[in-house]
Write a protein that binds this ligand. Structure first.
Ligand SMILES: Nc1ncnc2c1ncn2[C@@H]1O[C@H](COP(=O)(O)OP(=O)(O)OP(=O)(O)O)[C@@H](O)[C@H]1O
Length: 207
C-alpha cells in the first residue's frame, strides 16, 4: 500500500467564523507485503484521519493512495448494529464481501477460536462487553482475509491473553506476506513493529 502527498483540512465553525483546520500536509506512507508498521503520534495529530483516507472512508484534499489487493479496516470506534448478534454480523459482512457461505462460516469459526469469543456467537452487539466488541470489530476486518490490514488502536480493550493472541495473529499475517498498519499509543509495543512512522505537523516521519 502506498500513499503519497496526502493533504487534508477539516472545516470548522459556521460562517462568518468558518475556518480550515489543516491536519495532513503532504503525508507519505508505504507499507510493503510482509511488513508490520506502527503509526504513532500525539492525540489529534491525524492518525485516524490518515487511516480513513487509506481505506477510502474519507476523501483527501490532495494526494494519491494505491493498494495492491483487498484491505480490511478496524475503526477506532466499532461500527456495529446493536440488535444483531456476532453470528449475524459475520453473515452480513460475508455477504458484503461477496464470500461464499461456506468460506464465511469457516473463517468465522477460525476467528472465534483465534480470538476466543465463540461463546458470544448468539449475543447481540448491545449486550457485549467492550473487549468482546473490540474482538468482533477486529474479526470483521479479518473475515475476508485481506492482504492489507489497517487497525486503529485495535487492542485498547483486550485482556492480556487476547493481547498476546492478537500479536500471534499479526505475526502469522506477516509470515504469510500480509501488510499490516497499526495505530498504537503504547511505547511497550514498539519492538513488535518492523518500522514506526510518527505523524508530526501533518507529515509522516520515519522513527
Ligand atoms: N470530522 C471532523 N471534523 C472536524 N475536525 C475533525 C474531524 N475529525 C477529526 N478532526 C480533528 O482533526 C484532528 C486530527 O484528528 P484524528 O482523529 O485524525 O487524530 P488522531 O491522531 O487519530 O488522535 P487520537 O490519538 O486522539 O486518536 C483533531 O484536531 C480532530 O479534532
Amino acid at each position: 500500500m502506498e500513499a503519497s502527498g496526502i493533504e487534508k483540512a477539516y472545516r470548522r465553525g459556521i460562517w462568518p467564523l468558518r475556518r480550515r483546520l489543516p491536519v495532513l500536509r503532504g503525508a507519505d506512507l508505504t507499507v510493503r507485503a510482509g511488513e508490520v508498521v506502527g503509526l504513532v503520534g500525539e492525540n489529534g495529530s491525524g492518525k485516524s484521519t490518515l487511516m480513513k483516507i487509506l481505506v477510502g472512508a474519507l476523501a483527501a484534499d490532495a494526494g494519491t493512495v494505491s493498494v495492491a489487493g483487498r484491505s480490511g479496516y478496524c475503526p477506532q470506534v466499532p461500527v456495529v448494529y446493536e440488535r444483531l448478534t456476532c453470528d449475524e454480523h459475520f453473515e452480513l459482512f460475508g455477504r458484503a464481501y461477496r464470500m461464499p457461505v461456506d468460506a464465511e462460516r469457516r473463517a468465522r469459526r477460525g476467528l472465534y477460536a483465534e480470538l476466543g469469543f465463540e461463546r458470544y456467537a448468539t449475543t447481540r452487539a448491545d449486550q457485549l462487553s467492550g473487549g468482546t466488541l473490540a474482538k468482533l470489530n477486529l474479526g470483521l476486518a479479518l473475515l475476508a482475509d485481506p492482504e492489507v490490514l489497517l487497525l486503529d488502536e485495535p487492542y485498547a480493550g483486550f485482556d492480556w491473553d487476547t493481547y498476546v493472541k492478537f500479536w500471534d495473529l499479526v505475526a502469522r499475517r506477516r509470515a504469510d506476506g500480509g501488510a499490516v498498519l497499526i495505530i498504537s499509543h503504547f511505547v511497550a509495543d514498539e519492538e513488535r513493529f518492523d518500522r514506526i512512522v510518527d505523524l508530526r505537523d501533518g507529515l509522516a516521519v520515519p522513527r
